[in-house]
Design a protein around this ligand. Sequence first.
Ligand SMILES: Nc1nc2c(ncn2[C@@H]2O[C@H](COP(=O)(O)OP(=O)(O)OP(=O)(O)O)[C@@H](O)[C@H]2O)c(=O)[nH]1
Ligand SMILES: [Mg+2]
Ligand SMILES: [Zn+2]
Length: 355
Amino acid sequence: MNIQHTDLIRLGWNEWFEERSASDAKNTLARVVAVDRNSVLVMDHTGVSRAKLSGSYLYQHRLLQELPCVGDWVGVEKHDGEEMGLIQTLLERKTVLRRKAAGETSDYQLIAANMDYVMIVQSCRGDFNLKRLERYLVMVREGGAEPCILLAKTDLVTPDVLAAQVAEIKAAGISAPVYTLSNITLEGVEEFNQKLLPTKTYCFVGSSGVGKSTIINQLLGREMLLTGDLSETGEGMHTTVRRELIILQQGALVIDNPGTREFGISGSKDALRDSFTDITALAASCRYSDCSHTNEPICAVREAVKAGTITQERYDNFIKLSSESKFNQMSYAEKRKKDRTFGKFIKSAKKDLEK
Ligand SMILES: Nc1nc2c(ncn2[C@@H]2O[C@H](COP(=O)(O)OP(=O)(O)OP(=O)(O)O)[C@@H](O)[C@H]2O)c(=O)[nH]1
Ligand SMILES: [Mg+2]
Ligand SMILES: [Zn+2]
C-alpha cells in the first residue's frame, strides 16, 4: 500500500485511512485536536488552525455522532485570506469511544475517535473498582480500540495493596495489560513512557482526579495541561474541561479527557464476550445455545457460580451488563429506523429545492 499523505503520518494517518479517503483536491486533510463551542481546532501538515462546519455539512449531518470529535479526520476547505477553514467532510472512523447521550434518546455522544489504545486510569487509593473497570473495558472493545489499564498514585498505597489490586484484575480474567505508576516517586513512569508508540493515538479516561493530566504532563516533560489540587476530602475535582489531542516529544499522540462520572455502556455482544472470556467459555456447555444464564436448566455458568469458580459478584455484573447491552442494541435498531426515515425526508426536501 502506498501512502500518499506521508506528511500526515506523524498525526496518526495510516493505510487504513488512506484506503478509505477519496482523492479530493479541494479539501485539505486535517485531524481534529479540540472541539470548542463555536469552532474546531484542527491540525494538518502545516500546523494548527481553526475551522467550522460548512453549511452543507450541517445540512447533511444531523445526528450527534456525525459531528466531528477529537481524533477525527476531516476534509477542510481553505480560502486564501480567510482565517477559518470550512469542514466539508468527515472521514470514516476506525475506532470510537462513545457513551449514550443523556436522557431518553438513543443518540450517542462521542468522546473521541480513531484512537488505537484507550488508557483506563484508576487511582490505587479510593478509586480502584473492578466493576467500573469492566464497564470501561466493554465500552472500549465495543468501539474497536485496545484497552490498557493504568493504576496511578501508587505512592499512596503499600506495595501489598498494589499487588493485590493487580492480582484482582488478573483473577477476574481481564487480559488487558496493566501498568502502575506514581507521579510523585516517578516509579513506573519511564516504563510506561516506553510503551507508548510514535504515531499511535492513546485516549486517557477515568474518574476525575485520578491523575490523567498529571501523567500526560509528566510524559510531555512540562506543564501544559491544567491539573487540579485535591479537595479536602481527597476526592478529585474536575479540572480538565475540554478534550484535546497532544503530540508527545517521542511521537505518540495522546488525548486528555475531563474525568467522567458515569458512563452509559453502549455494549455489543462481542464486546461483552471479550471482557468475560471465562463466562463465555463456559456458556458453550450450557444446554441451550442462547442460554441467558438466568433461569434455564443445565446452565454451566450458574453451576460455576455455585461451585465458586466464578464469583457471585462477577456473575451479577455480567448479567447486568448483558441486559444493558441488549437494551442498547434495541435502541440502536430503533435509531437506524429513525435514520432511514430522516434520510428519506432529507432526500425529498432536496428534490423540492431542485424543482
Ligand atoms: N499522591 C499522588 N498525587 C497525584 C499523582 N498524580 C496526580 N496527583 C494529584 O492528583 C490531583 C489530580 O490530578 P489531575 O492530573 O488533575 O487529575 P485528572 O485525572 O486529570 O482530573 P480531571 O481533569 O478532573 O479528570 C492533583 O492534585 C495531582 O497533583 C500521584 O501519582 N500521586
Ligand atoms: Mg485532567
Ligand atoms: Zn447458561
